[in-house]
Design a protein. Structure first.
Lengths: 468, 468
């Protein structure tokens, strides 16, 4: 291995091959500290040619590679194994925006560009890059693509997959696939880029992408609503769409316990309603669009139909920020209750109510006093169904129930035809669980693709698909 | 083979296994009569289980299968070889809409459902299925998925791929992959459905799909515009988006010769402008949306910026139909000039002008008097760059130039980073041409996936990828 390290240093410069344990620390653990590994070394190539050379050298030595972006994943997908055998390939020196074509509404960015930098580049030409999520200050384009990131605007714009027009990928043997096309339509054979989106680096290393930009939406109207039920939340989606069409950009659900936590952390509650469910609605349109009237019309119709109990509409930018805080600060506020057992599940929108109705009694029966703190994306059928400990239970005792409680959440989700990982991916943390819920045919198909593209099994082994 | 025919009859009923040459005729040739083959037999299974049984029997006999939907493709993808060795598997008995969930905005349809039936089903619950194309009265859901169909609303809603939430596929060995999920988000591993979309039946047979529906857009505003240049057409896209945002649903380009043909066929010209380029713009929004004002504002700004010379706005439904005819009847009107050499190319939107500017003199030099009749989808960078013969040239002599002229069109497109088949796919007609323009790495990747999923090479051989 010292031989490989030396050759890597020759290829990309010794200063970009880290082996000192002190230097390796931040690359060895995810941001939450939930996953931890021990890399053989960390390599930081500065160009696609250097990535290609690194991958080829590792391939020829039979050494596995773990690609890493902003290291903000939720499932350990970018963390190496703990046996010191795997090379972490960090893309954080590849931060160029190679081109921006406003006329074509496309931007070509390298894998290490931080999501917020990408959003800013789009804004600088009066356009919008619509993917937005909590980690946008540190997550990267390559990671967003490799995990098919979601966030709060999926309802309108789709996930990261929907933004990708072209990709540049270093394949497991070091060859470069140049699929950096700026085309809206290209039916010349298999759409290869789809393979690498959401593959978490198990089929190759994404080094750059052409992404679509959207028209800016400077006109915004935002409301906080209280709801009689989850079923009303799902029905409200139809009403909002009927009145506002594509202007509807946000429809986020928050449960009463989640709201109470945020309010206890100092965010003002604009409604003081007794309801069990709340939500954040936002319309966004071009300059001059009368989004305010559309929102009032839609909410009026919803109140009429008993889908909304009460509503507060933001009258200023600072009020809008306040309403968004009610949704965005749930995760942070929940930390005050001790450790959280997190779930990221999705079902068909019309099954959301069913899922919540089934889970509440089942979880209470399994662990009396357990506290669900639920929030999520109604338009995507996606709930972050997170659990906090009963007030009287010791954190470690609570975590001892994690497997049992998660199985209940996942079983109920799958029984409704749902997904146990809507937007967070699988990494190492959920790979085996996901496989256990899938049919043999589906696992076989996934393994066949993996075998076809990475026959040596050196690209991020054990992620997405469990090792056999 | 008589043994296989007998077993197929036992599996799905002898009346659904056609071998009489008279019965085979309509399945042996595409709608244009451009591709012709000779099937071993035509099988018409009535369920997914029957498709599975047919594929398994053929697989075990080493007989190749050609899946066929509405048979309206442009590149021969659904036509068998002419040696009588291949089984045509028609999906036209699988016409059930299995479910429609308005609350989740999803519909589950079998492969043989005709696109227009799907659109009608969506309308029946006040929603929209947005894919729309000339063949919608006979093309099918399975074919639309297998060719990743485009059409006139891609600008706003994306291609068929963007509508697919879940798939059911019979794999090359007869196993059924049940991926019929109604989820907006599912990051539990490789997104296998992407493999089969646009694969033209070379990796398996799509038997059913879950498709997303959109909010209805009853408010419409439509205009016919004259333009100073193709470059103005591309710039106008930005202006339209800035003013109308997602309401912009159509921005179609028509060249002067194309317009003249349609007008000669009796469609009234609302502008009588001397311009070289024209276009159809449509905004569509929810009930009550003031699309008319938005269109007037946008066109006003465009005239101001010298991007539009003149405009006619439809004042009634019948005027709207008239404006649409100017675009929709080009293809039919061009037939009056004799045989057409068709191209379906795309480039980045900002390169459209470059493509047209390069091609005009090159084509004229190659065949003086050749008549380009161009129309296409500006928002997709997609032009149907079709050629008619010089008035003085015999049709057969013209067709003798087809390879030379197509090479010019394709070379120029690829030189600009474009695609030689934007929305029509490859079938047998363009498979070798597409491969000749692709890198070895890309062809290798496509072959690796094909080999992984269809090792026996029995699924629609020679389509998409040329036989080796």
């Amino acid at each position: 291995m010292t031989d490989l390290i030396a050759r890597l240093g020759e290829a990309i410069g010794a200063s970009h091959v880290l082996t000192d344990p002190h230097d390796l620390a931040s690359y060895s653990v995810d941001w939450r500290g939930a996953y931890r590994g021990t890399p053989l070394a960390v390599v930081r190539p500065g160009s696609t040619a250097e990535v290609s050379e690194v991958v080829r050298l590792a391939h020829d030595s039979g050494v596995a590679i773990v690609p890493q972006g902003g290291n903000t994943g939720m499932c350990g997908g970018a963390v190496p194994s703990d046996d010191g055998s795997q090379l972490v390939l960090s893309l954080n020196r590849m931060r160029a925006i190679r081109s921006l074509d406003a006329g074509s509404a496309t931007i070509t960015a390298e894998a290490g560009v931080v999501l917020q930098e990408l959003q800013s580049a789009a804004e600088s030409v009066g356009m919008l890059f619509p993917v937005s999520l909590a980690a946008e200050g540190s997550c990267t384009v390559g990671g967003n693509i490799s995990t098919n990131a979601g966030g709060t605007a999926v309802l309108r714009y789709g996930m990261m997959r929907a933004q990708v027009l072209g990709l540049e990928v270093v394949l497991p043997d070091g060859r470069v696939w140049d699929g950096l096309r700026s085309l809206r339509k290209d039916n010349t054979g298999l759409d290869l880029k789809q393979l690498f989106i959401g593959a978490e680096g198990t089929l190759g290393v994404v080094t750059a992408a052409v992404l679509a930009l959207q028209p800016a939406t400077p006109s915004r109207a935002t409301a906080w609503v209280s709801l009689p039920s989850v079923s009303a939340a799902a029905s409200l989606l139809s009403v909002l769409r009927e009145h506002a069409g594509d202007w509807l950009s946000t429809w986020e659900l928050v449960s009463r316990p989640a709201l109470e936590l945020v309010v206890a952390h100092g965010v003002p509650d604009p409604l003081t309603s007794e309801a069990d469910w709340f939500g954040l609605v936002e319309l966004a349109g071009p300059a001059g669009a009368d989004v305010g009237s559309a929102l009032e019309d839609a909410l009026g119709a919803a109140v009429e139909a008993d889908l909304v109990l009460d509503a507060a509409i933001a009258g200023s930018a600072s009020q809008r920020t306040g309403l968004w805080s009610l949704r965005e600060r749930v995760s942070e506020a929940q930390e005050s209750l001790g450790p959280t057992i997190k779930h990221d599940v999705s079902v068909a929108i019309s099954s959301l109510d069913d899922l919540v109705s089934r889970l509440a009694p089942a979880l209470e029966a399994a662990l009396p006093g357990v506290r669900p703190v639920i929030y999520g994306h109604v338009g995507d059928g996606n709930l972050h169904y997170n659990l906090s400990r009963p007030a009287s239970l010791d954190p470690d005792e609570f975590l001892a129930h994690a497997a049992q409680l998660s199985t209940l959440v996942h079983d109920a989700t799958v029984a409704l035809g749902g997904s146990i990982s809507a937007e967070h991916g699988l990494g190492s943390g959920k790979a085996a669980t996901a496989a256990s819920y899938k049919s043999d045919v589906e696992v076989d198909l996934m393994r066949a693709v993996k075998q076809a593209l990475d026959p040596a099994g050196l690209m991020n082994p054990g992620k997405v698909l469990p090792l056999q």
